[in-house]
Write a protein that binds this ligand. Structure first.
Ligand code: FAD
Length: 494
């Protein structure tokens, strides 16, 4: 019976599924399209960082990719398939793989990064010319960026209006289930080993990410289940508290597509049903709105591809940013003298992730207190975040700097001490990431320079040696930032 099915398979067309992310079998439209044809399927990953010269993946992304590919290759083996790994020019490799395997179809899921869109268009044309059918799908988003527009047919620039428009359209389709068998070609094409891609560098400056993360669909599912069971019910209150385990930490899994947003939404819906929540309530919850911000970020990058490098609000091109290597280095290394900022930067260094509230605080400190361009901050995050995502990172930085869509106004400047006291009231987060301050009384934990000498002495802290004095005075830095902002506005009016 099996033999007969395999013979049937062999006469059906061979399809290549080109994976760039979306490393999962469940709810994967490109895989589903290949399976629907009934023929052999060749899953391929091509390592081509040179195809995005501007934003090639950073070190933490390389680490995640390595482990995600390993987990995905295992998942494929479990359904009788393999992951073919190649490195080089995507178009050339796909054309050659079509020849090697006799494939007449190449399927993939779309991405929003401008370099990817350009490359995919060229690949599509080349495949067409070679008589091969290319087809691409939406596997990473709940709503296609091109389908959500204002009444005037223009893209949205305000989140609430965007999200309202999304929710007013049809609910995203239910996620599809993973296939339990994927037939392969008669002869598998040659593949590199994962190690040959050299994704995990021995000299990686990133600390032990494996202590914190489990890349792959199994890790992603476990994280989602834990979030639903333990943290979702308190999400609205806890999501701003870096000292509590209140958010889902699904961002790298979502970025690499080990989970689709449809799968997350579906799991939430099931959970809500089991908990007796009404449909309207869970769909309009804060957590779903955060997934909405992810949609909004991709919508913006798709419609305004230049924002990866330039502010959406063009007047900010004239902002008098400073280039101060010492300040930038103090910020990168968590040595600014402001505990909540430094704790965030050390969390990033230690785990490849940072809490959203703290991302906003450290970003505000860089662009407003230090007047260093959001681009420098975005680049550092890009290098260090395991969830580095061009759409989300661009939105996050431009939002904080006041130069993006629906952004916080520039003149609203976070006070790092007040933010620390409000969102880390007992200083637990600061103590965790800045052990040198661990013994300091809570009263001074967010402003150690104000502590009396006797307090510092009994906490074993030498200010200026164990922990730095603030590199700027926030009160003065704030005034300087506001003046710079006014100068920019005046220069635009002229
Ligand atoms: C300066 C700055 C840079 C950022 N860079 C990135 C980045 O490179 N990659 C990234 O995934 N997120 C980025 N964010 C957004 C946000 O900080 C992270 O998505 C979030 O902290 C991830 O943690 P979580 O999975 O526990 O989030 P949860 O609160 O559990 O949210 C669930 C999911 O919703 C999405 N999400 C949540 N908040 C946002 C947001 N503000 N914008 C877009 N999507 C969101 C994420 O996919 C997240 O996993 C950035 C934010 C700022 C302020």
């Amino acid at each position: 019976m099996i033999e007969c099915w395999e013979n049937e398979c062999m006469s059906a067309p061979v399809s290549i599924v080109w994976f760039r992310s979306d490393f999962r079998l469940g709810d994967n439209p490109a895989v589903d399209a290949a399976v629907a044809l009934g023929g052999p399927v060749v899953p391929v990953f091509i390592w081509a960082p040179q195809e995005d010269e501007e934003w090639p993946p950073g070190t933490a992304s390389w680490w995640w990719l390595h482990h995600s590919l390993r987990a995905f290759a295992k998942e494929l083996e479990e359904v009788g398939s393999q992951l073919v790994l190649r490195s080089g020019n995507s178009m050339g490799i796909l054309l050659s793989l079509c020849k090697e395997t006799g494939a007449t179809n190449v399927f993939w899921n779309r991405r929003c990064e401008p370099a990817c869109i350009k490359r995919d268009r060229e690949v599509e044309e080349a495949l067409f010319e070679a008589g091969i059918r290319p087809a691409s799908f939406n596997g990473a988003l709940l709503y296609e960026p091109s389908t959500i527009t204002t009444r005037a047919g223009t893209p949205f620039k305000v989140f609430t209006a965007f999200w309202r428009a999304c929710l007013a359209t049809q609910n995203p389709p239910r996620p599809t289930l993973a296939t339990c068998r994927l037939s392969g070609p008669r002869r598998w094409p040659a593949s590199l080993s994962l190690e040959e891609l050299r994704l995990v560098q021995q000299t990686s400056p990133i600390a032990r990410l494996s202590d914190w993360w489990k890349p792959g669909t199994v890790g992603a599912r476990a994280q989602l289940d834990r979030f639903l069971k333990e943290w979702l019910s308190a999400y609205d209150e806890a999501r701003n508290r870096p000292d509590l385990p209140g958010t889902s930490r699904l961002s790298p899994h979502l970025h690499f597509g080990e989970l689709s947003p449809r799968q997350v939404l579906h799991a939430l819906q099931r959970h809500a049903r089991e908990s007796g929540l009404s449909e309207g309530k869970w769909l309009r919850s804060q957590f779903v709105a955060e997934l909405g911000w992810r949609e909004f970020a991709h919508h913006l990058l798709w419609h305004y591809p230049h924002t990866r490098n330039a502010p959406l609000r063009p007047e900010f091109e004239r902002f008098p940013w400073r280039s101060d290597k010492e300040f930038l280095s103090a910020w990168q290394n968590g040595r600014t003298g402001y505990p909540i900022v430094d704790a965030g930067m050390r969390e990033l260094h230690g785990t490849g992730w940072m809490h959203n509230r703290v991302r906003m605080i450290v970003a505000s400190f860089l662009v407003k207190d230090l007047l260093i361009s959001w681009r420098s901050g975005a680049e550092w995050f890009w290098e260090r975040l395991a969830d580095a995502d061009l759409a989300n990172n661009t939105l996050g930085w431009q939002w904080t700097a006041g130069c993006g869509a629906d952004a916080a106004p520039f003149f609203r400047i976070f006070n790092p001490v007040v933010q620390g006291m409000r969102f880390d009231p007992e200083g637990r987060y600061v103590r965790k990431w800045l052990p040198e301050l661990a013994k300091l009384n809570t009263r001074w934990i967010h402003c150690p320079w104000e502590a009396p000498q006797s307090e510092l002495r009994s906490a074993g802290i030498g200010l200026g040696s164990d922990y730095p004095f603030p590199i700027v005075q926030h009160r003065i830095a704030r005034e300087v930032a506001l003046q710079a902002y006014l100068r920019m506005k005046r220069s635009v009016r002229k």
